[in-house]
Design a protein around this ligand. Structure first.
Ligand code: NAD
Ligand code: MG
Length: 399
């Protein structure tokens, strides 16, 4: 048990799937971790429950009306948590002097500014919000380098790679003897669906992931395999590995969370049950190990591990993401923006599943290339690409 006082955690995106898993791990180790701030978008009732349970110093609602509702609920529950509101407050709690650790678990581009604020302030940052890194790659990693912040991947694949790399790995594959990163992917719910049936799949079918239980946006990303595309870009920035040395491997069981292939022929992998509490506990306690609440892996029960090559024709979002990474500059930000708009339209029944990739491809064609070296430039690219994507969505309409 650590002798020092508990680390203060700011949890961005507390009401989501990663938020719930983080609080589960944290609540197992009150001597190590204490909750300083919890944030959410609009889910006032859920955040109120969490405030009553974890008594954070601050609760932030991005939405102003939801903040009012939360204040009312907390007063009624005699909870001393101070409620703040709006985007700036998300950044403020992320870089507050009392915050030791920031879990970046907001979904999508909305997480970019608070996550960057935490990085710039030199906090220990646990990164689940892959979209933030995809949008701002170089800018984000420069900020990490400049502040000396410790950045830990929460995405299970990247956490597996992190665990399989040498402890002193410096984002230089040659120096580390790394030949390839092998990112595993379950293949999602439509791995074996006949292509003609993909045209009419519903949001409910897309969100019914065979292995992981997650938020709706990442679930659709898993069904299109854009999630793996975003993860290829994420791996490039986190580990400094060129796109040609990052390979996607379909592994339906979701037990091998990813691998590192070394030049001597050794392949190191991290295995475990598919439960996000494993990477969360790993990142929280690194280099120590703590109980995550996850059952021991039963290899006899699993019995078989299968690996397949991904089908780029069936999953066109995957090659689109590789291309965006190769082109670089503003293109990954435009890819992410178009994807967020298309996924939202699909979830709301305004766009067919197979049109998601079409909207992204058309948006990238219109968006062009630029440097995107500042936060303002990245946000501008994001806004412009969303405008193009909305037009492309309207053109294509519902399925
Ligand atoms: P989720 O939809 O379950 O939760 C999202 C959280 O973000 C909620 O707390 C919500 O209130 C908050 N949020 C949404 N929009 C916001 C806005 N505009 N402003 C402020 N807050 C906002 O999502 P999730 O599944 O927990 O995923 C969170 C992030 O973690 C995503 O980037 C996802 O790709 C990544 N991730 C998730 C998993 C998983 O197992 N769920 C695995 C790997 C990576
Ligand atoms: Mg992942």
């Amino acid at each position: 048990m650590p002798a020092s006082s508990p680390q203060q955690i700011t949890l961005l995106g507390a009401t989501g799937s990663i938020g719930a898993n983080t609080l589960d791990v944290v609540s197992r180790h009150p001597e190590r971790y204490s909750v300083f701030a919890l944030t959410a978008h609009r889910e006032a009732a859920r955040l109120a429950e969490l405030c009553l349970r974890f008594s954070p110093r601050y609760a932030v609602m991005a939405d102003v009306d939801a903040a009012k509702e939360l204040r009312g609920l907390l007063q009624a529950g005699r909870c001393a948590t101070t409620v703040l509101e709006g985007k700036q407050a998300l950044c403020d709690v992320a870089c507050a002097p009392e915050t030791d650790v920031v879990m970046a678990a907001i979904v999508g581009a909305a997480g970019l500014e608070p996550t960057l604020a935490a990085v710039t302030a030199g906090k220990k940052v646990l990164l689940a919000n892959k979209e933030a890194l995809v949008m701002s790659g170089q800018l984000f990693m420069d900020a990490v380098q400049k502040s000396g912040c410790c950045l830990y991947p929460i995405d299970s694949e990247h956490n597996a790679v992190f665990q399989s790399l040498p402890w002193n790995f410096q984002r230089c594959p040659e120096a580390g003897g790394v030949r390839r990163i092998l990112l595993t992917a379950s293949g999602g719910p439509f791995r074996n669906t006949p292509p003609e049936k993909l045209e009419t799949v519903t949001p409910e079918e897309a969100c019914a992931h065979p292995v992981w239980s997650m938020g709706r946006k990442i679930s659709v990303d898993s069904a299109t395999m854009m999630n793996k595309g975003l993860e290829v870009i994420e791996a490039h920035w986190l580990f400094g590995v060129p796109p040609g040395q990052i390979e996607v491997v379909i592994h339906p069981q979701g037990i091998v969370h990813s691998m590192v292939d070394y030049i001597d022929g050794s392949v190191l992998a991290q295995l475990g049950n598919p439960d996000m509490r494993i990477p969360i506990a790993n990142a929280l306690a690194w280099p120590e190990r703590i109980d995550s609440g996850v059952d021991a892996l039963d290899l006899f029960d699993i019995a078989m591990l299968n690996f397949e090559r991904p089908d780029f024709g069936r999953f066109p979002c995957l090659p689109l993401a590789y291309q965006a990474l190769e082109v670089g500059g503003s293109t990954p930000a435009a890819l992410n923006a178009a994807n967020e708009e298309a996924v939202e339209a699909f979830l709301e029944g305004r766009l067919g599943f197979c049109r998601i990739a079409d909207v992204i491809a058309a948006t990238l064609e219109r968006a062009g290339w630029e440097g995107a070296e500042t936060l303002e430039a990245v946000l501008e690219v994001d806004a412009r690409a969303r405008g193009f994507a909305r037009e492309e969505i309207r053109k294509r309409g519902a399925a």
